[in-house]
Design a protein around this ligand. Structure first.
Ligand SMILES: Cc1cc2nc3c(=O)[nH]c(=O)nc-3n(C[C@H](O)[C@H](O)[C@H](O)COP(=O)(O)O)c2cc1C
Length: 352
């Protein structure tokens, strides 16, 4: 407690007002984009940036013309330890694609999406605007890595989540049964234990942590401590605290609480196991997150059983599936947390 109070004081010194201003600049209200090219298209890209993405590396670059937006992978933002084959990187492009589609359709475009090995080509044709509720959820969605309140979700809500997270070529499986959730929890703990015992994983994760608002504002990427439920402290203290306090036992205890307090968990499984399938999995997971938001729920990822190869095999046995599971998430009633940032539009797009 003393640490948290002290940290809040320090946050004032380390620029919390500036951080709040940056948050407001990034998380614009979900209002249909208007105007002409390229201003209208810039707005669409801003909505795409608000998508979920692994470690908040924002591994994308947008090439924008009047009728197309090409979303390219930014391979300088890979996370080779946790994501050696770039699965999460392409899934993150899929998340951005889905936000872009929803924003474009709500802003008067018919959209055609062509995922490639080299990125995602999004075609835009003027059409009647179709304002969608999922679009309106874009500015409210966030990953909440906190305990939820343990309440269950109604069948109607579960049905809506199911519909949102599946599509041609992508299967969504929801789990709410206690025994199944316990089995998933064991897999999360096994995966987390393996990752915590891997110095390369811990080093890569630490590289993407932003220990205070000022540090987050400088890079505008990475995992802001406030968003992940940790106190905001000066970087040098955060770095030492991380080395001292980031331990397998306490992390596992945290994840037990996270699963036990959730209403359920969701797994996304794409038919194809290649960048095109991973992009489709990302699109489905973004729709799932937006639908959860629309239903007043919070969600967060628990991908450890997918990221650790030996545990992934156990996970596939649990699922009775010969397909690679792509993403594992939990959902439930939970608090809001401070927002993560995004890089500036001019750093991630160019008009061609
Ligand atoms: C492909 C993918 C994998 C992710 N894996 C994890 C994960 O294993 N654990 C986690 O806490 N968050 C995970 N996330 C969530 C991101 O860290 C989060 O989206 C990012 O920090 C931005 O925060 P926001 O979604 O609240 O805007 C993942 C997101 C994506 C798209």
């Amino acid at each position: 407690m003393a640490l948290a109070v002290g940290a809040m004081g320090l946050e004032a010194v380390f620029g919390s007002n500036l951080h709040e201003a940056a948050v407001r600049e990034v998380w614009i209200p979900a209002v249909a984009a208007s105007g002409d090219f390229p201003e209208k298209h810039r707005r669409l890209v801003q909505f795409a940036l608000l998508a979920a993405n692994g470690h908040n590396t924002q591994p994308w670059f947008f090439e924008v013309s009047q009728n197309t937006i090409f979303i390219r992978p930014d391979l300088s933002r890979r996370t080779p330890v946790v994501d050696p084959d770039d699965h999460h990187l392409y899934a993150s492009l899929g998340c951005a694609t889905e936000n872009l589609r929803l924003a474009a359709e709500s802003s008067g475009f018919a959209v055609e999406i062509k995922p490639h090995e080299t990125g995602v080509l999004v075609h835009l044709e003027p059409a009647t605007a179709r304002l969608s509720p999922l679009f309106q959820a874009i500015s409210h969605r966030q990953c909440v890595r906190a305990d939820y309140d343990g309440t269950q979700a109604s069948n109607e809500v579960l049905e809506a989540l199911q519909q949102a997270g599946q599509s041609d070529g992508v299967q969504m499986r929801l789990f709410t049964d206690k025994r199944e959730l316990n089995a998933l929890k064991e897999l999360v703990i096994a995966g987390n234990s393996a990752q915590m015992g891997d110095p390369a994983f811990v080093k890569e994760l630490k590289h993407w942590i932003r220990f205070n608002g000022a540090q987050a504002d400088r890079s505008r990427d990475g995992l802001y401590a406030g968003s992940t439920g940790n106190p905001s402290v000066p970087t040098w203290i955060g770095s030492r605290l991380f080395d001292f306090a980031f331990r397998k036992a306490s992390e596992n205890t945290k994840y037990v609480g996270h699963v036990d307090s959730s209403a359920g968990m969701a797994v996304i499984i794409a038919e194809r196991d290649d960048p095109i399938g991973w992009i489709e999995a990302g699109r489905a997971c973004q729709r799932f997150g937006l639908e959860a938001t629309l239903q007043g729920l919070k969600y967060a990822f628990l991908n450890q059983p997918i990221e650790v190869l030996s545990v992934r095999q156990e996970f596939q046995k649990f699922l009775g599936s010969d397909k690679r599971p792509n993403l594992l998430m939990r959902f439930g009633n939970g608090p809001s947390v401070p927002r993560s940032l995004r890089r500036r539009l001019d750093d991630v797009m160019r008009v061609v």
